[in-house]
Design a protein around this ligand. Structure first.
Ligand SMILES: [Zn+2]
Length: 131
């Protein structure tokens, strides 16, 4: 039995960050279904995410799944850094926190310097920003 399962999973993509996120969405939808019983939209979304999870986990197309995962990681990093920058901008009175539009690196610049050109230390690109 164990060998059969091993042979079945050989060459399959398995799980990654995007699949973990899809799994958490499924858990969230399950919890929502407890509060909104007989809501067809929640059930449809749940089965769609379940299908997507299984499709990605059992897929043999490594390249396509890896590209999807890399895109997801980039979007996730940008989103997290933007939220962190908003939070830090509210707390810090001396510095302003910006997010590089190219690589999503968070950059700290002094406040009240007017319009400045910012050089990203990570990707070496420069962009204009108001501090
Ligand atoms: Zn950058």
């Amino acid at each position: 039995m164990k060998e059969k399962l091993y042979r079945f999973m050989q060459g399959r993509y398995g799980t990654d960050k995007l699949n973990q996120f899809i799994f958490y969405c499924e858990i969230f939808l399950l919890i929502l279904s407890l509060f909104f019983k007989r809501n067809i939209v929640i059930y449809v979304l749940f089965y769609l995410t379940l299908f997507l999870y299984l499709y990605r986990a059992f897929s043999k197309n490594y390249v396509a799944r890896s590209i999807e995962n890399q895109k997801f990681i980039r979007v996730q990093a940008k989103t997290v850094h933007h939220v962190q920058a908003i939070y830090k901008n509210l707390k810090d009175k001396q510095y302003k926190y910006l997010v590089c539009p190219e690589c999503a690196q968070m950059i700290r610049v002094p406040k009240k310097k007017g319009k400045i050109e910012v050089h990203c230390p990570s990707c070496r690109k420069s962009f204009d920003a108001k501090s």
